[in-house]
Design a protein around this ligand. Structure first.
Ligand code: 3H9
Length: 678
């Protein structure tokens, strides 16, 4: 095989030329790959090959443009040059696809005259997830194969299509069994023997599915239907505009629209933020000081202590991926209730068509309810999810120490407490780790894995691996009050409460934060959680606004009255009773109430959080700034298009502005916030 360069190779198989891209891990279209492809097609001019097969080595066909090159000075052959060389080749070009043909990868494949794939191949244009649109002709070519309607769905969601569907719709011409290259070469020989034409996707508008006028109602309805999901994001609308252009304009004109929309997104902050998140998610899985090849311990059976909302949700994560769970409660009634909730959740998912009723039974069949902690003796991982109280947790860990088999991992789902103190209640602190889930634990993607002072590296690696195996994004946090997420959240809550006393209405504070992109504001969150969480009617002395709200019977959504009142459809209206209580409280404390503008609300809620993030980083409680971003995006609804608090601070607001406001607020500013982080 002749090397065109270090990542692209050219060989002949009879009269078929085979170009192989071998650029691990995912054959992204780096400058080297583009150069290699351009070189290979140039080498084929004057070659007597009757057809060309383009195939990739390793785990996948080209998975897209090389995202790490975005925003840097362009190098090497441009992608359009490569695509043009393929499309205008005088002999048929056949793309042979395995793994995932994504983004620029699919766009390259769409410039081949024919496409074959193996049965497991997947196809998609996921650029929208990076705040982008397919910028190499994808928005113009895909609708010419799958139709404008399907293409609109695919580009705005990034959803993938499997090989069978791709075959049915004509995205691939043949699904090959056995060796892909051999199958593709055989296919190429047939194309040659039958004298099949050089099919160019760009030239065939017959499958678009209608004229611009005919499709106008579809686009209007699509926008309306997805308005909520797309809210705040720039990329979905730009993607739709390009598909509209594919329908309304000749191919080359459509390409121009695509290019211009692509460049706007590419140079914007949203895409920079979403690309940051892409790499941040992958970085979060890497643990400082641990060899990358460290093998996690086997986890074949999990124990969960506590069948409340958290314990139930945590159990579901494991049951859903085939891992048996023993769930332990103290009283039969609580156990039955917890198991009932798990069953109902699964049944609801089945009713929505996510899986079959048989699957519900299979999952429930993996669950063993018990009233006896001794039943946890054969578990490899035991997660405690009981009431947030140190004495209770220490008692449980002391007992677990007696019961659990040697080497079992003992995890606490504590959201604030000192994991080292919990670990000290056992004779094996090296086996103890925090696994902090977010409610609802079967839905929320974030898992904070809390590394205790004595946690064994392999135990840590196993907790991270279990997160991944159950579909979570796991982030390592150090021991401190509230770890990464809640520690920062308390700063926001503190400011929200102060702003409320100083004159901002709770509904205004919530609005500013939801306009920023959070799914809900702090007072909506309090109402949802229940104002009386941790409140005690017997000891309440009306010392805080919360005490007084609870004393007045305001409990939040659960009784329809909190900072808001709620109707039967949970529509909310600011609650005048709550406002009166706040007013009276502020007057009593002699607080001079004033009008507070939206900018002050936003800055005072978010800047102290960033300051706390910088402290967390400086103390080594988070491994990297991007881990903090991942925590906030996946655990607290920080809008992904703003990249997380640390990215936002650095790239949007600027640290200098944050320092200035914090100093005015009289906050002690973290030196790292002044100096910057990596
Ligand atoms: C695009 O194509 C724009 C065009 O329309 C227009 C151009 C003009 N680039 O995810 P994994 C790295 S936009 C650079 O853990 P998996 C990744 O960071 C692109 N690097 O593996 C990781 O590195 P590390 C559209 C990339 O098996 C390693 O590869 N395409 C890229 O779980 C392994 O990744 C996409 O958005 C890339 N494109 O999943 C596809 N992709 O080991 C993005 C991956 O150092 N990629 N890396 O942490 C994916 O969705 C998944 O990586 C994939 C494999 C499904 C392919």
């Amino acid at each position: 095989m002749a090397a065109i360069n270090s990542v692209v190779y050219l060989e002949s198989q009879g009269d078929i030329a085979v170009i192989t891209v071998n650029s691990p891990p995912v054959n992204a279209l780096s400058a080297d790959v583009r150069d290699g492809l351009a070189g290979a097609f140039a080498a084929l001019a004057g070659h007597d090959a009757k057809a060309v097969v383009l195939v990739c080595a390793g785990r996948t066909f080209i998975a897209g443009a090389d995202i790490s090159e975005f925003g840097k000075a362009p190098r090497g052959a441009s992608l359009p040059v490569v695509q043009d060389a393929m499309e205008s080749s005088p002999v048929p070009v056949i793309a042979a696809i395995h793994g995932t043909a994504l983004g620029g990868g699919l766009e390259v494949a769409l410039c081949a005259h024919y496409r074959v794939s193996d049965a497991k191949a997947k196809f998609g244009l996921p650029e929208v997830k990076l705040g982008l649109l397919p910028g190499a002709g994808g928005t113009q070519r895909l609708p010419r194969i799958v139709g404008a309607k399907k293409a609109t769905e695919m580009v705005t969601s990034g959803a993938q299509m499997g090989a069978r569907d791709a075959l049915a719709v004509g995205l691939v011409d043949e699904v090959v069994d056995g060796d892909l290259t051999a199958g593709a070469v055989a296919f190429a020989q047939r194309v040659v023997a039958e004298g099949r034409p050089l099919k160019k996707v760009r030239d065939d508008a017959s499958k678009l599915g209608g004229s611009a006028d005919e499709l106008a109602p579809f686009f209007a309805e699509f926008r309306a239907k997805n308005a909520k999901a797309f809210n705040g994001f720039d990329a979905p609308e730009a993607n739709i505009k390009c598909i509209e252009a594919a329908v309304a304009l000749p191919f080359d004109e459509g390409l121009k629209v695509e290019r211009s929309e692509f460049m706007k997104l590419m140079t914007g902050l949203q895409s920079a933020a979403q690309r940051h998140v892409f790499f941040a998610e992958r970085a979060a899985a890497k643990i400082d000081g641990l060899p990358a090849d460290m093998q996690p311990l086997p986890v074949k059976k999990v124990g969960v202590i506590g069948a409340g909302t958290m314990g139930g949700g945590i159990s579901m994560n494991f049951l859903s991926v085939g891992i048996p769970v023993t769930i332990v409660e103290q009283k039969q009634e609580a156990l039955d209730r917890g198991v009932g909730v798990i069953r109902r959740n699964y049944e609801n998912s089945a009713k929505k068509g996510r899986f079959s009723m048989d699957e519900v039974e299979a999952r429930m069949g993996r669950l063993t309810p018990s009233l006896d902690m001794n039943d946890l003796a054969d578990c490899d991982l035991i997660i405690e999810a009981v009431f947030e109280n140190m004495a209770i947790k220490k008692d449980i860990f002391g007992k677990l120490d007696q019961i659990a088999k040697p080497g079992a991992i003992l995890a606490s789902n504590t959201s604030y407490l000192d994991v080292d103190e919990i670990a000290a209640a056992t004779s094996r602190p090296e086996s103890v780790v925090g696994m902090h889930y977010f409610s609802p634990a079967n839905v929320m993607r974030l898992l904070e894995v809390v590394r205790g002072e004595k946690t064994d590296p392999q135990v840590l690696a196993t907790a991270m691996a279990m997160g991944k195996a159950t579909g979570k994004i796991a982030v390592v946090a150090g021991v401190c009050h509230g770890f990464i997420g809640n520690r920062m959240l308390s700063r926001r809550q503190q400011q929200a409460n102060l702003l409320m006393l100083e004159g901002a209405a709770p509904a205004d504070i919530d609005r500013v934060l939801t306009d920023f992109g959070f799914p809900m504001g702090p007072f909506q969150m309090s109402d949802l959680a229940g104002l009386d969480i941790g409140w005690n009617a017997e000891t309440s002395k009306g010392e805080t606004v919360r005490d007084r709200l609870c004393e007045a019977g305001l409990r939040g959504q659960k009784n329809g009255k909190g900072f808001y009142t709620y109707d039967e459809n949970r529509n909310r209206t600011p609650n005048p009773d709550a406002l009166a209580i706040i007013d009276a409280y502020a007057a009593e404390k002699g607080i001079n109430r004033r009008t507070i503008d939206d900018q002050e609300i936003l800055e005072r809620c978010l800047f102290p959080m960033v300051n706390e993030g910088a402290r967390i980083l400086a103390e080594g409680k988070a491994q990297r700034a991007s881990d903090i971003d991942i925590v906030w995006i996946n655990g607290y609804g920080w809008p992904v298009y703003r990249g997380g608090p640390m990215f936002w601070a650095e790239n949007d607001v600027g640290r200098a502005r944050i320092v200035e406001v914090l100093e005015k607020m009289g906050e002690e500013v973290s030196p790292l916030l002044k100096d910057g982080w990596k």
